[in-house]
Write a protein that binds this ligand. Structure first.
Ligand SMILES: [Zn+2]
Length: 229
């Protein structure tokens, strides 16, 4: 079959056009791809906390709440003290400057550790001691108990707040493991919840009865579950 000049011209221009298109595409797509890659890298690094927060908000993933906690609360929080936890539960807020949802510290200083167990779980005394306050007055703490632990090794004070029930009285001697009250703090469900948005135990350790002497409870308590792993 003979090829007419017209046909040859058509084939030639098609091939040339295709080649040009390829070159044009490569010369455009390569830099664009590199830029997208770098941007993705930057966005991934900068917005990791936001992604985790969005993952945490995803209601379809029932494990996301615990994975969010594991990712952002547990690794940085090592409970390596010598006393047992006042109750088993998730640490929902650490001691120190609170973080906003994007992980940045805010001006609000949190004097204790927030632990969320099953609602109305028994709260124990973490060491032997004597109850020095069993307060059911309306306050930001709600119902709370303060115990003086005068031990051979050290003397310290613990405060357990947002209790739904106080089960000890001032002057009462307690030993480690004694139940001092029931967890609470659920607004509209528990009486005198204090300033609390959901039920939890607010747990403080102090070196004196004064709130300004608060120290990080993570230095005093250990996590039974963590230690048994
Ligand atoms: Zn708290």
């Amino acid at each position: 079959m003979a090829i007419s000049p017209k046909m040859a011209y058509t084939i030639l221009t098609r091939v040339t056009k295709k080649k040009n298109l390829k070159i044009i595409l490569i010369s455009i797509l390569t830099p664009v791809g590199v830029v997208i890659f770098i941007l993705t890298l930057i966005i991934t690094i900068l917005f990791a906390p936001i992604n985790a927060f969005l993952e945490f908000l995803n209601p379809d993933d029932i494990t996301s709440l615990s994975s969010f906690r594991d990712k952002f609360l547990k690794p940085s929080l090592v409970l390596n003290g010598r006393y047992p936890m006042p109750v088993d539960g998730n640490i929902t807020s650490k001691y120190g400057y609170r973080n906003d949802p994007f992980g940045r510290p805010t001006a609000e200083f949190h004097r204790g550790l927030d632990i969320q167990p099953k609602h109305h779980s028994p709260i124990i005394s973490i060491a032997d001691g004597e109850v020095i306050k069993a307060n059911t007055n309306i306050s930001s703490y709600g119902n709370y108990v303060m115990i003086k632990h005068e031990l051979v090794e050290e003397t310290f004070y613990t405060l357990s707040a947002h209790l739904s029930q106080v089960l000890v009285r001032v002057g009462q001697k307690v030993v480690v493991g004694d139940v001092i009250g029931l967890e609470g703090g659920e607004p509209n469900k528990d009486t005198n919840p204090g300033s609390s948005t959901g039920h939890h135990l607010h747990f403080e350790v102090r070196t004196t009865p004064n709130k300004d002497s608060s120290v990080d409870p993570a230095l005093y308590i250990f996590d039974k579950e963590e230690n048994s792993k």
